[in-house]
Design a protein around this ligand. Structure first.
Ligand SMILES: [Fe+2]
Ligand SMILES: [Fe+2]
Length: 121
């Protein structure tokens, strides 16, 4: 077995999330991008949460509420604005991208280290 210094699944899923968030800025984007982003984020968050539960992760509650914050921001976007102009889409994309960067380099890094130090990967 080879030891890796990073969690491949976590890294790859973050990459997809960034790509989806970038797509919000594209020309002719419609509300389906928010639906796809929502579905993928849900899939990713649920996986991290499953690992945290399985490992009795000490910061579970704080990490979960960070995910819930993203969930509710995204839900607001889905509910409130069906006609996004370019300026608004740029703003939403930047906002979600910044949030994700902070989350990944903060609490997700801690979780990654914790999982790598455990017997479950
Ligand atoms: Fe997370
Ligand atoms: Fe994550």
């Amino acid at each position: 077995m080879t030891l890796t210094s990073e969690l491949i699944w976590q890294d790859q899923q973050h990459q997809v999330l960034f790509e989806l968030i970038d797509e919000i800025k594209a020309d002719n984007v419609d509300v389906s991008i928010f639906v796809r982003l929502n579905d993928y984020a849900e899939h990713h968050f649920c996986l991290e949460e499953a690992y945290m539960k399985a490992l009795d992760y000490p910061d579970y509650e704080a990490h979960l509420s960070a995910h819930n914050k993203f969930r509710s921001e995204l839900q607001k976007m889905l509910d409130d604005h069906h006609n996004y102009d370019q300026q608004l889409r740029d703003m939403l994309s930047d906002f979600l991208g910044e949030w994700l960067k902070r989350h990944i380099f903060g609490v997700d890094k801690k979780l990654e280290a914790y999982i790598l130090n455990s017997s479950v990967k």
